[in-house]
Ligand binder design. Sequence first.
Ligand SMILES: Cc1cc2nc3c(=O)[nH]c(=O)nc-3n(C[C@H](O)[C@H](O)[C@H](O)COP(=O)(O)OP(=O)(O)OC[C@H]3O[C@@H](n4cnc5c(N)ncnc54)[C@H](O)[C@@H]3O)c2cc1C
Length: 488
Amino acid sequence: MKVAIVGAGTGGMASAIRLAKLGYDVSVFEANDFVGGKVNEKWMGEYRFDMGPSVFTEPSLIDELISLCEKDPSIFSYRQLEESCRYFFSDGQQVIVPVGTKQTAESFEMAFGENRKRTERFLERLSKNYHAVYPVFIRASLHRLNQWCNKGVFRAVLRIPYYGMIRSMNAVNKSRFKNPKTAQLLNRMATYNGSSPYRTPGLLNIISHLEFNEGPAMPIGGMVQISKTLHQLCLELGVQFFLNERVEEILHEQNKVSGIRTNKQQVDCNIVVSNMDVHFTYERLLKGMHEPKKILRQEKSSSAIVFYWGIKDSFKELGVHNIFFAADYEAEFEAIFTTKTRYKDPTIYVHITSKVEESDAPKGSENWFVMVNAPINVGQDWDAFVAETRQTCIEKLSKALNRDIESLIEVESNNEPRKIESVYFGKQGSIYGNSSNSAFSAFYRHPNFSKTLKGLYFAGVTVHPGGGIPLALNSAKIVERCVKEDYQ
Ligand SMILES: Cc1cc2nc3c(=O)[nH]c(=O)nc-3n(C[C@H](O)[C@H](O)[C@H](O)COP(=O)(O)OP(=O)(O)OC[C@H]3O[C@@H](n4cnc5c(N)ncnc54)[C@H](O)[C@@H]3O)c2cc1C
């Protein structure tokens, strides 16, 4: 059996590993001249930058792939961070949140006057919700009854009253905590899958379980090591890579996949796994095919503007992850996620990642990954907007850190929605496909297989189970399970 994978992103390479391990003959076609998709790196002089993700949770999913390939776990190493994040509020308050249920609860008590026991109970509840939801909604295809209808489903159903399905994340957090800053801090997690806390359901608070109870990890060598490890595993399994080779059509006969056509060749195959944004897969590779219109019409997730700054100074007040909040947080959120209004302050929060590796910057300097949320591309004047956002970030950070940041920038580059669309093929620059801005969003994500074309599967953040590296890795696991059910 021959398999063609469209795209060498996290979901594409994880699928390649799993299908090669089943004994299939797997080839990966990647439009860019590098593997890893959004998880890639760039050097500017002596500064190294991870270009996409900076928050890494559930490293065990990479360990699982290494163990599947019977390789030494040491090929991928990471450190568990001791702090989930450092927070800088607009009134000058600074809070370090250490990892762990008890530690987080203690820091919320000291910083925000929250009841320690109440916070612990809240975080423990999120842990239970997470473990109830995981086997049903995240590790299985929601579109195959035999997969999600297992023992776990009763546990998941029994916990429905605790999920907060009919209230927004913000409503749940505001009712649980007395200090608005606590809700502001927890609400941020909605953006981890490109959604708004004022519209996404309270269930999505399970992301806080990963952030606060378990804590983020950081691969040794930076986030790009995730891509390098997946690539190495693929090569050792005999997967072939075709870089600089854009897939232009998925070929089919009698409702079955028969091959692909790239900008360089035509290749016969029995199975295609698309790691391309599902919207573009239909629009560009399956022209004329029946489209799942309702799914493709859903509101898109947000995008981002990122500044990569080589800073010729060091900042002891910064940790690996640092958040600088805006004062008028709530008002600006809606504008970002609807794109209907022109928002005034694009920096609802500025996320700086630094200090990943000492060797990422010259001695006494730091490599800053400075990210703000942004709307998707609907034809805004991005050149003006990026310049404006850069200025606002510089002013805010200079004030908060009491140093003239602009004069410290030695090298720089940026990323914005138009580039996310043209480099990684994310529809309108959205990072995670559809947003999760409604209680039913999970049911409007595209399945991991095609209902009309036998042999066509989908992996990556734009399909089930959703956005972020861990979910892309889970999508590959579901693809493997579906292929096994269909062909073995
Ligand atoms: C700025 C930014 C910050 C982020 N922060 C985080 C974070 O902190 N934590 C986190 O977990 N996630 C984060 N993400 C999301 C994360 O990058 C993705 O979830 C993850 O990389 C998985 O993506 P994917 O598998 O869908 O593939 P992608 O990375 O989207 O890769 C898809 C690949 O397919 C290729 N391709 C597309 N079409 C074709 C075609 N026709 N022919 C050939 N090749 C094609 C593309 O070139 C690309 O290489 C962030 C993303 C961005 C952009």
